[in-house]
Design a protein around this ligand. Structure first.
Ligand SMILES: [Zn+2]
Length: 208
């Protein structure tokens, strides 16, 4: 399967269970939910917790255009756009992870959004995760089995910046960079599925 197809497959792989909060990779569940149409999966039991409340695709619908655009830009061989979109997807999924941590603390949605908007840059976001959970995001990422992904993120960031500084050298980015960025995007989806599943405890700071 090409990297482009692999990335599109990722968009229909995972479902989020609103009972247990896990992100589920289960072909039978995916099939049952697809057959049920867009009824939000009510009454279809979660294979992990048995819960029958609604389920939603993971990553959520708002991410779909971003990943689809990545595939389109790779078909057009616009390497720089593929890199920028891959970086954006990683950062936006980190935002949604932050948002979920806050949500699990009963933080009102508007405030969570304001915070995730205002805490800019991956380093500031990592610090914020640490202040909320007491955990180092690098270690959290390693613990779910993604040893090299932050290095890949850094490579993409550097290549993007070099391109912007030396854009007149048209051959700077090559097909391999597109392939690398698409693989990184596939791994990004798997990484956040694992992080969402592992760090899902409800720890209200604010009484409802
Ligand atoms: Zn569940």
């Amino acid at each position: 399967m090409s990297e482009q197809d692999s990335l599109l497959t990722q968009l229909d792989r995972y479902w989020q269970c609103f009972d247990c909060g896990r992100i589920i990779d289960d072909k039978n569940l995916a099939k049952a939910l697809k057959t049920a149409g867009m009824g939000w999966g009510l009454n279809i039991p979660c294979p992990e917790c048995g819960g029958k409340t609604s389920k939603s695709k993971f990553p959520g619908a708002k991410f779909r255009p971003l990943f689809e655009m990545m595939v389109e830009c790779s078909q057009l061989e616009r390497a720089i756009l593929v890199l920028i979109l891959a970086q954006t997807a990683f950062e936006s999924m980190l935002d949604s992870f932050l948002y979920r941590l806050l949500d699990n603390m009963n933080c009102p949605g508007g405030i969570s959004l304001a915070i995730t908007d205002e805490v800019r840059g991956i380093i500031a976001k990592a610090r914020f995760v640490k202040s909320l959970t007491g955990k180092d995001i690098k270690k959290m990422i390693r613990d779910v089995g993604f040893r090299d992904i932050l290095e890949q993120f850094e490579t993409i960031r550097k290549k993007r910046n070099s391109f912007l500084h030396t854009a007149e050298q048209k051959e700077y980015l090559i097909q391999d960079d597109i392939t690398m960025a698409l693989k990184f995007a596939c791994a990004t989806v798997d990484l956040y599925a694992a992080l969402f599943s592992k760090y899902r405890e409800q720890r209200p700071l604010i009484e409802p």
